[in-house]
Design a protein around this ligand. Sequence first.
Ligand SMILES: Nc1ncnc2c1ncn2[C@@H]1O[C@H](COP(=O)(O)OP(=O)(O)O)[C@@H](O)[C@H]1O
Ligand SMILES: [Mg+2]
Length: 265
Amino acid sequence: MRRFHSYGPVDCERHFCVPRRDLVEACARHLVDDPEKGGHSFTVWAPRQTGKTWLACEVEKEIQARYPDRFRVATMSMQSLVMEEEPEAAFLRQASFLFERFLGIEVEAFSSWSQWLGMFLRDRGFFDRPLVLFMDEFDILPPRVIDRLVSLFRDLYLNRQGTVLHGLALVGVSAVLGVASERGSPFNVQRSLRVPNFTREEVEDLFDQYRRESGQIVEPSVVEAVHDASRGWCAGSGSCSPRSTIPAGGRPSARELGRPSTARR
Ligand SMILES: Nc1ncnc2c1ncn2[C@@H]1O[C@H](COP(=O)(O)OP(=O)(O)O)[C@@H](O)[C@H]1O
Ligand SMILES: [Mg+2]
């Protein structure tokens, strides 16, 4: 039997999982747009534990299935970076490691921003096909680094013929992520994609999956109570699981479920 999972992205083969096909397709469509001419740069945002990293994994699979061998699709997470004083220098020192870890490309440590930019230039030959890139946990980077990266991505966007970067999604918890740059931004606010909380149908779907696999009866009123109390933010579907959320015979409290408005990473 699969189980509820609440730490990191779910794996639909091992965990109860809602497919969110419309969301996955919308994100893949924005990123690829015109497979010949180029896709879009945009932000993907939502509070923590709403499925952003899961979405990136699913979109990777979706694009690879739809366009086999046509794009290089990857997610680079900023989570492991250690930002000390001099954040720009610290980012650059660790940036080559990002390419090694998430794209399997070994390069010397960078000492300038032009070396970072150079990774995305077609004539440098690091990629043999157009790149669709997610930068996850983007907004944990210091503002100066965000500003610099956004500005460089804008440069790539405006000179598209020379770049391998086909589509870019900056993923984070902040709605304004990337668009506050003083130097302007390629990130069209219209194209920022919000990952919504689970709908009532999605919460029902999770419980249906659990009912089918466990044989346990879960009253519809319980499902409704979970949805109403959590407003679909299930702090991961782990908190939507019958065992973890339903105190004996009762309705889960807001405190037990966590509330998006008070959630902080
Ligand atoms: N499609 C989904 N189906 C079921 N649960 C999900 C789904 N997407 C996210 N979750 C729940 O949210 C949790 C966090 O997912 P994750 O992708 O790490 O979120 P984020 O990156 O937004 O913090 C998962 O452990 C799971 O409990
Ligand atoms: Mg995440």
